[in-house]
Ligand binder design. Sequence first.
Ligand code: CNA
Length: 280
Amino acid sequence: VDPDTPPDTLSDRSLRAVAQLIKDGAAKQIVVMTGAGISTAAGIPDFRSPKTGLYHNLARLNLPHPEAVFEIDFFRDNPEPFYLLAKELYPGNFSPTISHAFIALLAKKGLLRMLFTQNIDCLERAAGVPADRIIEAHGSFATQRCIDCKTPFPDDQMREHVKRGEAPRCARDGCGGLVKPDIVFFGEQLPEAFHSNISVPCAADLVLVMGTSLLVHPFAGLPRRAREGVPRVLFNLERVGDMGTRADDVLVLGDCDSGIRKLADELGWRDELEALWRGV
Ligand code: CNA
């Protein structure tokens, strides 16, 4: 978009203008879309950042290609790399960031229409975002089942296996299939909740996109579902997807915690946010 094109809704393409929209009560159906970048400050590596990303570090596992760790056919033959990763990523090992807390604060103020997350770390829940406001588009570690007969596997036994980095086997008589957490592997269907809420972004009056490369489909198509004229704000290290191409897009490039703190300052919510974060 030509930088001189005036925005339709915002007074200008700045965080201050975004904050004003919220303070005026004109943005109260906020839809948030997140990815691994909001959890890197919690100590969980993302996939694609050069050098620090998981894909870079998976090189030591001798995978045919890094994505293989999330491919069902590879998993069937060799589940160990996935379970090594699961041991690192397992919920309970990490605490939410200020960005997670900000989403919880939006919910507390009744302004969060929905959070769509690609993350499987459950840190949004840990930060206090209500479960009925979260769409875990790529599933989570909360439940698990056999990849063959689909029989659910008990949580406590799963935790023990993950701690040891070992793949559990289905306990059903005569099955013995591999057990996998209900996180979405490449080529697998996204959860029903994703599809049944796919139109929610069309009803948003403000969209916040945080810490995602917007490379994984169909999730990557969500920001485009916002109606024209609806401001979309990107908090990310780099520009991604089509963010920045609309007149009401605001790019906040840098680490998302700093961007979120700036927005909280503009809103006059900073103390409340820090207090909420300290409490989780
Ligand atoms: P990705 O492709 O690794 O992209 C991460 C994006 O975040 C990149 O654009 C980075 O530049 C950016 N980024 C990294 N750190 C920061 C930061 N501190 N502040 C702002 N931006 C930052 O990850 P996506 O989520 O886009 O890819 C989708 C995959 C990654 C999903 O299937 C997830 O399940 C999967 N994943 C999840 C986790 C997790 O649950 N925490 C961790 C790693 C991967």
